[in-house]
Write a protein that binds this ligand. Structure first.
Ligand code: NAP
Length: 261
């Protein structure tokens, strides 16, 4: 399928690792110019080295989304270099394992930091990207949420709350006629467990591989977790010209893990 992405400009937040990097790679493979941001300059450099093979324009900006001014600093660079982007993937987030099992023993900072990193980062980037999308009369905004931010509802409360807010943000914007009639769509992609080397699932697997596989067999109908590339494939479609009627959707990408329907 021709996705019509060649020559478009995209920003993937948290694009130096995991799902974000897979999205950046997939968009670059489709001919998109890609900007990424995250905290570690070393990770950004490694990601840019991988993305370079696609021969598109690239930008990398180091910024910590727990700093309320970081999104503006990233967007100042993007706007100065490219005049804006037509595609925004609000991927930065996480915190599903932060805090303690006992809710009352979990510091209030955890709630606010998880909200900042997920929901407020999406708000800040989306606000900054919209003027250019309106001028371009075309835009795509996709948020990487979680099955826990929708009907599934489980997960640690600060994470579920922040992801539900992000899902609600996309849904609300998708009904704003002054935006969508300019050709801008807003959607959420809700992954289930995605196996990413260097993160929590790998640690669990290393600690006790047999137990890990038992749990996976029990919880995941496919008998495995998802891959970042499987999420990126759906994101690329949503960003494409082919997805013009998909607006306000919350698409589960979990191999059947969630029980809600
Ligand atoms: N993996 C899963 O099973 C799963 C399931 C459902 C939803 N998700 C969602 O998918 C998204 C990506 O998760 P992932 O699993 O791909 O994570 P990951 O592999 O840990 O990658 C996270 C990316 O975000 C950057 N990042 C982290 N904290 C940041 C901060 N404070 N400021 C700026 N950048 C930051 C990281 O780079 P630096 O560390 O250098 O900053 C990295 O580029 C998140 O929104 C997550 O909630 C993941």
């Amino acid at each position: 399928m021709e996705l019509g992405l060649s020559g478009k400009f995209a920003l993937v937040t948290g694009g130096s690792h995991g799902i974000g990097l897979a999205c950046a790679k997939r968009l670059a493979q489709e001919g998109c110019h890609v900007a990424i941001c995250s905290r570690s300059q070393a990770r950004l450099d490694a990601a840019i080295a991988e993305l370079k093979t696609h021969g598109v324009k690239l930008l990398a900006v180091a910024a910590d989304m727990l700093d309320e001014h970081a999104a503006d600093r990233v967007m100042d660079v993007v706007d100065r270099e490219w005049g804006g982007v037509q595609i925004l993937v609000n991927n930065v987030g996480g915190g599903g394992r932060w805090g303690k099992e006992i809710v009352e023993d979990t510091d209030l900072n955890v709630w606010s930091e998880v909200y900042e990193k997920n929901a407020m980062a999406a708000v800040r980037f989306t606000r900054r990207c919209l003027p250019h999308m309106r001028r371009a009369k075309w835009g795509r905004v996709v948020a990487i949420t979680s099955i826990y931010g929708g009907k599934e509802g489980a997960g640690r409360p600060w994470f579920t709350m922040a992801k539900a807010a992000e899902t609600g943000l996309m849904k609300s914007l998708s009904s704003m006629t002054y935006l969508v009639r300019e050709g801008i769509t807003f959607n959420s992609v809700a992954p289930g467990g995605i196996y990413i080397p260097g993160t929590g699932f790998e640690e669990e697997k290393k600690r006790d591989p047999e137990r890990f596989q038992r749990v996976v067999d029990e919880l995941y109908p496919l008998g495995r977790l998802g891959t970042p590339e499987e999420v990126a494939a759906v994101v690329a479609f949503l960003c494409s010209t082919e997805a013009s009627l998909v607006n306000g959707a919350n698409i589960t990408v979990d191999g059947g893990q969630s029980r809600a329907f």
